[in-house]
Design a protein. Structure first.
Length: 203
């Protein structure tokens, strides 16, 4: 993550939810199998798993990993979540996959998603423990939003409870994460609007 707000992208970039090219196929080796969307109670094991993973990634990518942050619902104490640890990994240039993908493959991560049209996002998947490792470049607006959302829910229990309710509703009848996220989008964007307002950023 940027060291301070002075190093963040401008507010206009942070408040703009950019869409990637809908024609782009993001799957490196084909879409994954259909999975039920499972929401479980918060586990104190999640931050422990993150910290162990963070240390392993630091050792694996010396000088390459510029930032490693626990993001998503498993990073928010007492919030029910899918039992998958989401991690943002910041590198100088996500397009230089040879700088990080082979080394991460050696410790069990598989490059699964490549979204050139959406912040040059890459996602590597680890099975045991289940981890989604999201790779972004420096000062990426999407990464900043992840941090803002995480930190807001950690300190605002009413919005955390609201998010819990919509997560339970969003998983009903869906079989993939994309539809699950789409069902949450209105509430998530509303919470973001509150976060942006708290920073004094005009829409």
């Amino acid at each position: 993550m940027p060291d301070s707000m002075k190093e963040w992208p401008p507010p206009a970039a942070i408040m703009t939810f950019a869409d990637g090219d809908p024609a782009e196929n993001p799957w490196v080796s084909g879409a994954p199998p259909v999975e039920a969307i499972e929401i479980v109670d918060y586990s104190p094991e999640w931050p422990v798993l993150f910290e162990a993973s963070r240390q392993l990634i630091v050792r694996t990518l010396p000088g390459i990993a510029l930032g490693i942050e626990h993001i998503g619902s498993t990073a928010i104490p007492n919030l029910a979540a899918k039992p998958i640890i989401d991690i943002d990994l910041i590198v100088a240039d996500p397009t230089r996959e040879l700088a990080y993908v082979p080394a991460l493959a050696d410790i069990g991560f598989v490059l699964t998603v490549r979204e050139r049209s959406w912040y040059e996002h890459r996602m590597l998947r680890h099975e045991q423990p289940r981890i989604n490792l999201h790779v972004f470049g420096r000062n990426c607006a999407e990464h900043v939003r992840h941090i803002l959302f995480r930190d807001w829910l950690r300190t605002h229990p009413e919005d955390c409870a609201r998010y819990t309710r919509v997560k339970e509703e969003a998983r009903i009848g869906v079989t993939n994460v994309r539809d699950y996220n789409r069902n949450k989008e209105t509430v998530v964007r509303d919470i973001y609007a509150t976060i942006f307002e708290s920073h004094g950023w005009a829409p």
